[in-house]
Design a protein. Structure first.
Length: 361
């Protein structure tokens, strides 16, 4: 923790008391004090304080002392003039104020927190440049954004696991953005970098092996500038949402490969309803039973090939032709014609989208 933080807090508390207060380092040297003449001098009771424990306010040589919290141990100590209850109270108040100021300072100087604030749009666009300069953070480097949706609610094991996989704190940033979503932001122009999809595959395999979870992973398009990270994060989220509707069998979905599903996802519900009513003028799509819909799916999977589809369905070719004629009679669309097949395919996707939206409400 910076001595600048110590001195800032101590100076603000100076007007509240006439007592001398300050901070000493592990060697017993005063690094901040309301009495500037004490800065740089030594206070010997440090060794006694360390033996007494971190939760106690120690007394000695006309002063009271309290250790400050540190992730690596109790290294710094607050002191206040006097050994009475007021001195004890001043020590406690000063330690709380300094610890909170330290947390705020670390958060505002942590690159991971900076990246997270950009992702969740918790920082003004103009401030991005200022903070990047303060942190000496490169602005126009290509970075990838991957969102891992894991289904856990309060468990932090996914973040811990990914932090073990991606250990470069200058190039790779892992953090949670919600109860179920974890984000990885990684620089792409690095030695040995393969692709975001390969990285997603390794993440999926690792989470499955260690935690026994089947995550859904969304990949945004590469960001070439810091200000693009928020949009790339949204793309990764859209990839997951669209994938749940149109590619339910896929666990890794890239925004670049969403195809027509991405367009449908952005359509307003009223426009989708109008489209379906225009396509299915004779009868609504609900008039098709499950067996017929299954036949249609297989027909599309086999590229409108009657012979191959009948073989996969284990039915005679004439039986499949009869079913296609039945579909034509109900809907007015002949799936053996390419233009009709395209319209029908899009209509099925639009219907899936509407059903998924209704289930959210």
């Amino acid at each position: 923790m910076s001595s600048r933080i110590f001195q800032s807090v101590i100076i603000q508390m100076k007007d509240a008391t006439k007592r001398s207060i300050g901070v000493i380092d592990p060697e017993g040297s005063v690094v901040a004090s309301s009495n500037l003449s004490l800065v740089g001098t030594d206070l010997k009771p440090v060794q006694i304080i360390a033996q007494e424990g971190s939760d106690l306010v120690s007394k000695g040589d006309g002063k009271s002392f309290k250790p400050l919290f540190s992730p690596t141990g109790n290294e710094y100590y607050v002191f206040a003039e006097g050994e009475d209850e007021l001195a004890r109270t001043l020590c406690i108040m000063a330690s709380i104020a300094i610890n909170e100021a330290g947390v705020y300072f670390e958060e505002n100087n942590d690159k991971r927190a900076f990246i997270k604030n950009i992702i969740v749009e918790n920082i003004l666009p103009g401030d991005i440049y200022i903070r990047a300069k303060e942190l000496r953070f490169p602005i126009d480097v290509t970075r990838g954004v991957i969102v891992i949706r894991h289904g856990l609610t309060t468990d932090t094991s996914v973040v811990e696991l990914l932090s073990e996989m991606f250990t470069d704190r200058q190039l790779e940033f892992v953090f949670s953005v919600s109860d179920r979503d974890t984000v990885l932001v990684k620089e792409m122009n690095t030695p040995g970098f393969t692709s975001l999809r390969d990285i997603a595959g390794k993440i999926e395999e690792r989470i499955d092996d260690v935690l026994g979870l089947k995550p859904i992973i969304g990949i945004g398009t590469p960001a070439t500038h810091l200000r693009e990270l928020a949009d790339r994060y949204k793309e990764a989220l859209i990839s997951i949402d669209v994938g749940k509707v149109f590619d339910v069998n896929k666990s890794i979905i890239s925004y670049e490969n969403l195809g027509i599903g991405r367009l449908i996802y952005q359509l307003p519900k009223t426009l989708c309803d109008i489209f379906l009513s225009e396509v299915f003028k004779r009868n609504p799509i609900e008039s098709l039973d499950q067996e017929t819909l299954f036949t249609i799916d297989k027909f599309f999977e086999n590229n409108l090939n009657v012979s191959e589809t009948s073989r996969k369905l284990f039915v005679h070719r004439n039986t499949l032709v009869y079913r296609l004629e039945k579909i034509k009679k109900i809907t007015g669309l002949d799936l053996r014609e390419f233009d009709h097949a395209i319209v029908f395919r899009v209509a099925l996707m639009v219907k899936k989208y509407l059903v998924s939206q209704e289930s959210k409400n």
